[in-house]
Design a binder for this molecule. Structure first.
Ligand SMILES: Nc1ncnc2c1ncn2[C@@H]1O[C@H](COP(=O)(O)OP(=O)(O)OP(=O)(O)O)[C@@H](O)[C@H]1O
Ligand SMILES: [Mg+2]
Length: 325
């Protein structure tokens, strides 16, 4: 059976015949071209590889079918706000069908990195970046790619739940579709709303009040509503920036369960300050650090278990054990 979201998105794609499309957020920043000077590469935890190890993995998935799980790969990402460099040559592979956690002290560039992964960094007027973000081997910043496609395929959930408060739960879920101009039948939309709410772990709690406003839900329910809204445009990657930091422990646990269920269909990247949460939800973990006014970079990355139990860098050890940050 064809998935209702696939039908709707396929029709939307067919309807968009302009390859350039219209950027959601105005003019794209200039890509700053910088020489590939040698920098110490980060450690990969647990496997004792040399510090010069190249971080790209999983190339077998390059060019994978678009309906399969997606791998996201950042290559040598640097970022600036005005003259200030805030990220320095960050490379990271976020494997398909896994949860990758980004950890590190405040201000080290985690949110900036996350926003670069779906082209939201360029919404900031002073922002610039260098590097590549490959979704299954294709650069989302390539001039032939539509910015709207990047943001549809790579969805984002923010720290503070941001549903449209006066809009119904039902309309909140499909609001992303409406913004992209997709028209769908009532039955299709009903199926889509139910499917996304089930996937977001909210259906049972709201099935009898879909016409009530999204703002009437609890904080944890609102966050799951935002997840459902993200899922409605059929993303292949979901970025989550501290999605539980405003939630109580029960809601947090519910979101973590939702993440565990979603990752069978969507590749997930999550920023968290909660080390227990990183350990619980993620398969892979990357530790960011910006020491003494220098731009943020990755100190170490690898399987979460190795990062927590056998990190190669003493700064990683200190951070995951709560000694700073
Ligand atoms: N819109 C902006 N304009 C100028 N500087 C910014 C902007 N957003 C972030 N920065 C700066 O970029 C650096 C990285 O910020 P970022 O928000 O990515 O850090 P973070 O690791 O997500 O921090 P936190 O854990 O506190 O959320 C910081 O020094 C911050 O002050
Ligand atoms: Mg942040």
């Amino acid at each position: 059976m064809t998935h209702p979201i696939d039908d709707i998105v396929a029709r939307r794609d067919a309807a968009q015949d302009s390859p350039a499309g219209t950027p959601l957020g105005g003019e794209a920043p200039t890509l700053v071209d910088i020489p590939q000077a040698e920098l110490a590469a980060p450690h990969r935890a647990g496997d004792g590889l040399a510090s010069t190890e190249v971080m790209h993995r999983g190339s077998a998935r390059v060019g994978a079918a678009t309906d399969s799980l997606a791998m996201l790969e950042a290559r040598s990402i640097s970022a600036w706000f005005g003259d200030r460099k805030v990220l320095d040559r960050v490379s990271l592979t976020m494997p398909a069908g896994q949860v990758t956690a980004l950890i590190g002290p405040s201000g080290c560039g985690k949110s900036t990195f996350l926003r670069i992964l779906n082209r939201m960094h360029e919404l900031v007027p002073s922002a610039a970046l260098a590097g590549e973000v490959l979704l299954d081997g294709r650069d989302i910043y390539d001039s032939s790619r539509r910015v709207t496609d990047a943001r549809r395929q790579i969805g984002m959930v923010f720290q503070k739940p941001n549903p449209f408060p006066a809009m119904s739960i039902y309309d909140n879920v499909i609001s992303g579709l409406r913004l992209t101009g997709i028209r769908a039948g009532r039955r299709e939309l009903d199926d889509l709303v139910e499917e996304c709410l089930i996937k977001a772990g909210l259906w049972k709690e709201v099935r009898d009040r879909l016409r009530q406003p999204g703002g009437a839900l609890s904080g944890g329910q609102q966050q799951r509503l935002c997840i459902a809204r993200s899922l409605a445009v059929r993303p292949r990657v979901l970025l989550m920036d501290e999605p539980c930091s405003a939630l109580d422990p029960t809601s947090t646990r519910r979101i973590e369960e939702t993440i565990a269920e979603l990752v069978t269909e969507v590749t997930i990247v999550i920023v968290t300050h909660n080390m227990q949460q990183a350990a619980r939800v993620s398969d892979e973990c990357a530790f960011f650090l910006a020491s003494q006014g220098t731009p943020g970079s990755i100190v170490e990355y690898g399987p979460t278990s190795a990062m927590f139990e056998n990190p190669q860098d003493s700064r990683t050890y200190d951070y995951v054990h709560g000694r700073f940050g």
